[in-house]
Design a protein around this ligand. Sequence first.
Ligand code: FPP
Length: 265
Amino acid sequence: MRWRRASQKPADGPAPAAPSSLGERELAELVRRQPVPPHIAIIMDGNGRWATQRGYPRIAGHHEGVKTARAIVKAADAVGVRYLTLYAFSTENWNRPEDEVSMLMSLLERTVQSELPDLMEQNVRLRVIGRIHGVPSGVRRGIDRVVEGTRNNTGLQLQMAFNYGGRDELLDAFRRLAVDVREGRLDPAEISEKDVSGALYTADIPDPDLLIRTSGEMRISNFLLWQIAYTELWITPALWPDFDARTLYRAILEFQSRTRRFGGV
Ligand code: FPP
């Protein structure tokens, strides 16, 4: 176990907070001195408020949000994060006004497509988690191309949660397991956590170590419900377009100073 458990007393207490004057490079250096969480998941929230506060249409906030996402992929990669999962579009987001939904869809598709050269250069592999078959076919085809094109990249693995809902993911998993039971491959009495994890969209991805949420809301919003059982939470009032590499590194530094108990004492 790489992480400090409660029974292992830290030799010199929790790390002191990094001075607020430190820049991105210095913070990255501090982060690299301790084990970096292999998997970070982010609920990117606050694009709409960011735009409204400035008198812009909400879609302008999403455009800024794309710039932040690009910067955060680079920043996470720079300190050795292995998996980054971004909540891009939830199953509940279909309830937004029609024009916002269609603009968001085309923005996400265009963004993913135009990022292909950079993703290749950074050796990033893109995957999608969610009911991808439930999105318009043009959008799906565009995203599939990038998923396919980056399939053999071996660097950071970027999961875009798209048309994603945590309860839907569990329902899909239970349906798969039920088929296995019906066809005699699985004994109901033997169903294990490993079976459930293996039937999720994230089957071959470790659970997130750290979940970040922007814009200060204290909720999980149907994100990775099974996978975050022991994930550390870090919530910032910053709106997503204002989130940056320095804020990411501060979240990781705080994570590194915590003691993870995994239900123990
Ligand atoms: C939250 O803001 C953001 C979203 C609904 C998702 C869209 C995210 C982006 C466009 C960022 C880029 C992501 C990728 C993967 C390229 P909100 O509209 O919920 O804000 P509000 O709570 O202030 O209304």
